[in-house]
Design a protein around this ligand. Structure first.
Ligand SMILES: NC(=O)c1ccc[n+]([C@@H]2O[C@H](COP(=O)([O-])OP(=O)(O)OC[C@H]3O[C@@H](n4cnc5c(N)ncnc54)[C@H](O)[C@@H]3O)[C@@H](O)[C@H]2O)c1
Length: 490
């Protein structure tokens, strides 16, 4: 057995396995995928690429260096030496049992083993395992790299400690683990989703509505609320000032009316399958699956960001993940003789505007991110901000010198031109990696403020001293040619 490395072994690299690969790799964890399908590597790499551009837009928090992504030929190679084995093979009990038992034999005794199953019971799945205590279901949602929910459900022989470890592990990669306390078929989310799916199928089967009309009935109304209120909170508000009691009084009797088909299942005859498939093709309007996935991801990113601005629902999970990334990112050391190199990133495709150019606001964003990195290096962390101290940018002079292109790898260098108790005067240069000519420069003045009063105030001792030391060291560098310029008019 090989020495253990922090990593994950994935069994199955389809829709869900590829999503797990992206979630883990982009959180800096090495991943080994085993899937007998010759197309699996291509699919997983395409999904990881989509996820990469979604993360570029999702967060400005410093992501760790990507984990390595490798493809292996056996369960044993995938399971050897990793901390977690995540099984995402087809939904067949016999196949999953076999894979899980093989993983159990090959894995280090401390490794967790989890299944992505949508509805099979963990007690059934762990039946052939020699160490069933380390097994549980960890049921994610598609796309796994953006949707934070993962339902955790142990079986009869799962050790409580495994649930705790799994909870911590999934939370550390930005997920919201929800422990399903009682082992039931379909867990929580699929029980709810299946009820809706059954009704949707009946409505199409009875020719009451088309697939597109059923989707409209969700996406223009309740779907918008569900993302942050779920169902109980929605109905509490619908009860007005009298709340849930009033809602139950008013609408409770309607539950007994024959609105829904409850547990009846429409027979999926060839005719019905053909009708639904044709309506679904029409709805997709010629878009490929990858194109639809990219649209889905762009909208999900914006939705998650809206939720984060209120720190509610999935947005609270995103904010907690970002705080963790910031807390664990190595603090850039303001060392060396030259200007600091504090911020680097790849230019994402969606920074391109309607003219085919990177929008001018993105240049400012890159310099603002470099300022954040500089402030981190000076010791401004969550505790400092929480105590009411921060720098605000009060003046910027930005020179656009050359065009940025989508996909460029760029970095910003920063020279501190001056620092006193309240002011920090900086000069940034934006460069494409490997090229000496600047793409843009920005000279900025930052003012230290007491955020409670909103007024300028001296920076605290350690921050002030670091800023002054940097300014002193950078005073020996040549003064940038563009420093002190105003708008040029010749
Ligand atoms: N698709 C979803 O929305 C969704 C959501 C949550 C959970 N799940 C669950 O995730 C699991 C996988 O579903 P999916 O949608 O990714 O299916 P999928 O068909 O897209 O992928 C399954 C993959 O498993 C591979 N596979 C087959 N035999 C294998 C073996 N012996 N060893 C390793 N890999 C093998 C297949 O080649 C395929 O790539 C299922 O248990 C499903 O219930 C699916």
């Amino acid at each position: 057995m090989a020495e253990r490395t922090l990593g994950v072994g994935l069994l199955g690299g389809g829709v869900i396995g590829a999503g797990w690969a992206a979630r883990f790799v982009l959180n800096g964890i090495n991943v080994r995928v085993h899937d007998p399908d010759a197309e699996a590597e291509r699919i997983v790499r395409e999904v990881v690429e989509n996820a990469r551009s979604a993360y570029d837009r999702l967060t400005l928090a410093p992501l760790p260096p990507e984990g390595e992504l490798a493809f292996v030929d056996s369960v044993e190679e995938a399971a050897d030496g990793v901390d977690l084995i995540q099984e995402s093979a087809p939904e067949r009990l016999d196949l999953k049992r076999e894979l899980l038992a093989a993983a159990d034999r090959a894995a280090h005794p401390d490794a967790l083993i989890c299944s992505s199953t949508s509805g099979l019971r963990p007690s059934e799945l762990q039946a052939q395992m020699a160490r069933p205590g380390r097994f549980l279901v960890a049921h994610p949602f598609n796309p796994v790299y953006l949707l934070p929910l993962v339902e955790l459900c142990g079986g009869a022989r799962t050790a409580p400690e495994s649930l705790e470890r799994a909870h911590a592990l999934y939370a550390s990669v930005g997920m919201h683990p929800l422990v399903v306390r009682t082992e039931i078929d379909g867990f929580l989310a699929d029980r709810l989703l299946e009820a809706l799916w059954r009704e949707a199928l009946w409505l199409v089967r009875d020719e009451v509505a088309t697939a597109a009309e059923v989707d409209d009935a969700i996406r223009y109304g309740a779907g918008l609320r569900w993302a942050f209120m779920g169902t109980f909170l929605t109905y509490r508000i619908a009860g007005g000032e009298a709340g849930m009691r009033h809602f139950l009084d008013q609408f409770g009797p309607a539950l007994a009316w024959p609105w829904t088909k409850l547990t009846d299942v429409p027979e999926l005859t060839d005719e019905l399958v053909d009708a639904i498939a044709a309506q679904s093709d029409e709805q997709a309007g010629g878009w490929s699956v990858r194109e639809l996935e990219r649209l889905r991801d762009r909208v999900l990113v914006r939705l998650l960001q809206a939720l984060r601005s209120e720190e509610t629902g999935a947005g609270a999970t995103l904010a907690a993940w970002e705080r963790g990334l910031l807390a664990t990112a190595p603090r850039p050391e303001p060392s060396g003789d030259g200007p600091l190199r504090l911020h680097a990133r790849r230019v994402p495709a969606d920074w391109i505007d309607y003219n085919g150019h990177v929008h001018e606001s993105r240049y400012l964003q890159l310099f603002a991110d470099a300022n954040d990195a500089l402030l981190g290096a000076l010791g401004i962390d969550a505790a400092y901000l929480g105590a009411g101290g921060s720098y605000f940018t009060v003046e910027t002079h930005l020179s656009h010198l050359r065009q940025l292109e989508a996909g460029d790898r760029v970095h910003v260098t920063t020279q501190v031109l001056g620092a006193d108790a309240k002011r920090l005067h900086v000069f940034h240069v934006l460069l494409r990696d490997g090229e000496p000519e600047p793409l843009a420069t920005a000279e900025q003045m930052l003012l230290h403020v007491d955020t409670a009063s909103g007024r300028a105030a001296p920076a605290r001792d350690a921050v002030r001293e670091r800023a002054a030391a940097l300014a002193c060291r950078h005073a020996s560098l040549p003064r940038p040619e563009r420093a002190g310029r105003s708008i040029g008019s010749r």
